[in-house]
Design a protein around this ligand. Structure first.
Ligand code: MOS
Length: 732
């Protein structure tokens, strides 16, 4: 196989995107569309005693008001981590019970969006209120040991050796607690759906990371056959986990469209997305890390409590990540889930890894100071090529190279070790921090269909969704190289259930899922072309061979799955159920890695924390699309800056819900907050993991950033800050 580095291909859909030529789910503006708007619950928990929709129904142009009283037989499609299809098991409007503030209680469908919004504001509810708990320490929170739930079957608690005894015996100990506020994903594209019944089929246009789950979930909820449902999602305007399974409004749009016999569009406004969609749960950590005096980490205990809802158990996988950072022989993890009165939290970029590594890598920095060892050297001294949890070999691990290269690029050797010992020219306190991150190497099954036409175009249909990460560019890059054609000749039909089964694209497994299968399909196509041109090596271009053979087109289909998966996995794939494998495979374990080096400046008077400079070096296996890969890392670093210094979904225990539910009040880093972000890749193919040698990148990009920032803030100020986000008042 050609393992030469890939060229710096420009993003193949960049031109269409900047011209607005790309159609997102809500871009449909046909006059025959009816529009939906929700009325939402204004209590923290309870039940509807009465719902008066007469005034809403009386508004000219209102076509339908859906409530629990007329919703009929629509039912839950289940929770995605419980064998179902929804981000939560709870679909609004199915019952009078109110699970949390902001839950929709009525859906108004009208001829115009303005009419729908106005009429929804006229819905009057009478409630019976119940007490509720929305913070981790509130009375009434139920604490559940994840190990005692069915989740333990696929997320077993980490337990290697005797961590408690080893920690007790360790000569050097770090013992610290960490926390993060809940956060929301905030993709620019809101949750939005156009649902249309046409010739006996239900067609759904929606930005989603999981078209197949939307298809099967809506079919389940409406009680119809999934084979009459098409879900079309060629572009997603940001997912970040929020769009990784079926959303309640999608079901309600389809039901409303069925009733009025007209296509229905619902765009959930930002403030409602904060309660209708998922979020990163509040979570807190207790880490104990023990080492010997030479700097060998000998024991660690990582205990986590994370928020879930009353109606679903959103799993925690925190210690599964921190236990993979180093070769620590004795490690114990514990995940507890805290039932609160909120919607079910969900996967938000690096859902567990970000906070697990923030907590653990902060402790590693503290250990470096306790031992008087350079933080980079301490990490290198605890590197491993064996997975400490299973004892299996790692298919590839180049985090040492990430650290060494990053240190050189950053100029780490110029760092003065004592805290608060460096100053910038403008008098700011200067701090330099480092941390590493890791993320599981996962792979889902996929089917690829490749069609070569006589005009030289190649159409690839495969299961992957383009949410900005560069899926089309990566597909074009591999097919151009394999087939010796121009990247412009490749057209990808993705995010479309009509083209190929569309497994959830998440968990940074998109490339490792689609690329090996598409490369195998290209090999199959080349083999058929060789047969057509009566064998022998050929330097003709593929279309020429096709034309000379008198054929108008040639199609091949190839499937692929994770190592060790049974053939029955393809049935799960087609059923829209999560089917990924890894990171533990029969013969090896796969993780991606990254090292981040961060400079912070803390202004001497205001104590404002700035991040002018970041160097990040990633080990994501072979880099298929250098430009979009580097963009992924920059985006991850920006997100890490947001997570460390800005983002918090504010909760008030008196009211429930989330208070700062808009982009003005939910603080995010803006362009002026971002300095230089230098990105480099080890670019070593991992061909044990898959034939293309690729590992995941999207999420590992942000893992460790927050720790590197907090470590840099400590270096600048001498303060250890363990609760995110870090605010000005914390560094006063
Ligand atoms: Mo991502 S948070 O795995 O969709």
């Amino acid at each position: 196989m050609n393992m030469m580095p890939f060229p710096d291909l420009v993003r193949v859909d960049a031109r269409d995107k900047v011209r607005g030529a790309v159609a997102f789910g809500a871009d449909d503006a046909r006059p025959e569309l009816a529009h939906g708007a929700f009325a939402v619950a204004t209590i923290g928990k309870g039940r509807l005693l009465a719902l008066d929709v007469a005034a809403a129904e009386a508004v000219d142009g209102v076509r339908l008001v859906l409530t629990h009283e007329n919703i009929g037989t629509v039912k839950s499609a289940g929770f995605v981590m419980g064998g179902g299809y929804g981000f939560q098991s709870h679909i609004p409007l199915l019952a009078p019970e109110i699970a949390y503030r902001g839950e929709p209680i009525a859906l108004v469908i009208a001829d115009t969006l303005e009419t729908a919004i106005h009429a929804a504001s006229l819905v009057r509810a009478t409630y019976e209120e119940a007490s509720f708990a929305v913070t981790l320490d509130a009375p009434g929170v139920e604490v559940i040991d994840q190990a005692q739930t069915p989740l333990a079957h696929f997320i077993p608690p980490v337990s290697v050796g005797d961590a408690d005894a080893a920690f007790a015996a360790a000569p050097v100990k770090i013992d610290a607690r960490f926390s993060s506020a809940p956060q929301h994903q905030n993709p620019i594209e809101l949750l939005s759906t156009v649902a249309e019944w046409r010739d006996g089929r239900l067609v759904i246009h929606e930005g989603t990371q999981n078209a197949e789950a939307v298809r099967h979930g809506v079919a389940t909820a409406l009680g119809i056959a999934s084979d009459i449902v098409d879900v079309i999602s060629p572009f997603v305007g940001g997912g970040f986990g929020q769009k990784n399974s079926m959303q309640g409004p999608t079901v309600l749009a389809a039901e409303a469209a069925r009733r009025i016999g007209q296509p229905v569009k619902i765009v959930v406004p930002r403030a409602q997305v904060y309660h209708v969609g998922s979020f990163r749960p509040a979570n807190r950590h207790h880490v104990r890390l023990g080492a010997d005096r030479s700097g060998r980490m000998v024991a660690a205990i990582h205990e986590v409590q994370a928020q879930t809802s009353r109606h679903d158990l959103f799993p925690g996988e925190y210690a599964t990540t921190s236990s993979r950072l180093y070769g620590i022989a004795d490690f114990r993890g514990k995940d507890e889930l805290m039932r609160t009165d909120a919607q079910t939290p969900g996967y938000m970029r690096a859902p567990f890894e970000h906070m697990a590594c923030f907590a653990f890598e902060s402790c590693v920095d503290e250990l470096a100071y306790a031992l008087g060892i350079d933080p980079v050297e301490l990490r290198l001294a605890n590197d491993t090529q064996v997975d400490a949890v299973t004892g299996k070999p790692l298919s590839s691990r180049h985090v040492g190279e990430c650290l060494r290269r990053g240190a050189a690029m950053f100029g780490w050797d110029r760092r003065r070790v004592p805290a608060a010992s460096m100053r910038a020219d403008d008098g700011s306190l200067l701090g330099w921090g480092v941390a590493i991150g890791t993320y599981a190497g996962l792979r889902a099954p996929a089917m690829a269909r490749l069609t070569l036409a006589a005009d030289g175009t190649v159409v690839v249909g495969v299961g992957i969704h383009e949410m900005g990460q560069g899926a089309r560019t990566a597909l074009a890059a591999v097919l151009a190289r394999k087939l010796g054609i121009a990247p412009e000749k490749v057209a990808a039909v993705i995010g479309d259930t009509r083209a190929a089964p569309q497994h959830l694209t998440a968990g940074s497994w998109g490339t490792a899922t689609a690329i090996p299968v598409v490369e195998a399909a290209a090999d199959a196509l080349l083999a058929e072309l060789a047969a057509l041109s009566s064998g022998g090596p050929s330097n003709k271009d593929p279309a020429q061979i096709l034309r000379e053979a008198g054929r108008t087109e040639l199609t091949v289909e190839v499937g692929g799955k994770a190592p060790g998966q049974p053939d029955a996995i393809y049935d799960r794939l087609k059923a829209g159920l999560p089917s990924m494998g890894g990171p533990v495979y029969p013969d090896f374990v796969t993780y991606s890695y990254i090292a981040h080096f961060v400079e912070v400046r803390v202004e001497a008077t205001t104590r404002r924390v700035r991040v002018p400079r970041v160097v990040s070096v990633a080990d994501c296996g072979r880099v298929i699309s250098p430009r979009t890969a580097a963009s992924q890392v920059r985006g991850g670093v920006v997100w890490g800056i947001g997570a460390a210094l800005r983002e918090a979904s504010e909760v008030d225990s008196r009211y429930g819900g989330f208070l700062n539910a808009d982009l003005a009040e939910y603080a995010l880093p803006v362009n002026a907050d971002i300095g230089t972000i230098e990105v480099a890749f080890v670019d070593e193919p991992d061909t044990r993991f898959n034939s293309a040698g690729v590992k995941g990148l999207g999420e590992v990009s942000m893992v460790g950033v927050a720790a590197a920032i907090a470590n840099a803030v400590h270096h600048a100020t001498g303060k250890r800050l363990r609760d995110l986000p870090i605010r000005i008042e914390d560094v006063l």
